[in-house]
Design a protein around this ligand. Sequence first.
Ligand SMILES: [Zn+2]
Length: 250
Amino acid sequence: MPVYTSEALILRTYKLGEADRIVVFLTRDRGKKRGVAKGARRVRSRYVGALEPMTRADVAYYEREQRDLVRLNYVETLRSPLSGASGMSAEALGHVGYFAELIDEWAPEAHADERLYRLGSSVVDAIGGGAAVGPLSRYFEYWLLRLQGVYPSFACAACGGSTRTGATMPPREDVLLCRECAPAGGSSLSVAALQFLAGPAAQPPDRLTADSLTEQASHELETVHRRLLNLHLEKELKSARVLREMRQAR
Ligand SMILES: [Zn+2]
């Protein structure tokens, strides 16, 4: 049985039998894998604390011929999203679940994607370092959509002109139009939202603070990003719904 070692991001786990867990993880070098963690549900398991979503870890696993499930040998935490100095708010935890679910949905099985890995990894570090989760979410969605090649161009899709003074995504279309070409309705991006993408979102995410993005601009970007994500995933993510409900309950 060949054994592989790699850095990986834990995406999710689910129960297997009485004592084990299946772990879905994104390796840096060989893409997404599913593996059995023997005894992971036991109180004294060596996996305790290492299998939280978005934990960055060194992993070793065996691949068995003709089987999709690999077998985990060890998972050693390098960085946990739970390691932030002040502990973690329910809001930040909700976002960690959201990031993990988005990566899980986008990453194809066993297809290496170093850029996606680096994006996920930089977001874990930023959240552990106390970056503001709102701007961090918009950053993450923006880059995820860009890496998949589905973020619309900032040149107006109708006239080719600049959208620097504001852009609109018309209903049921995944393009951006300038102010002159935009029909009524649709989802607008203000100058502040566009400036966030061109400025703070072009920097490493650990520099994102609450001041990087106004609440209004964040809401505009969230709406446009959710439309793009739902369109390309053909569904709404469970964690995205949970986050929205948490916000409405505040
Ligand atoms: Zn135009």
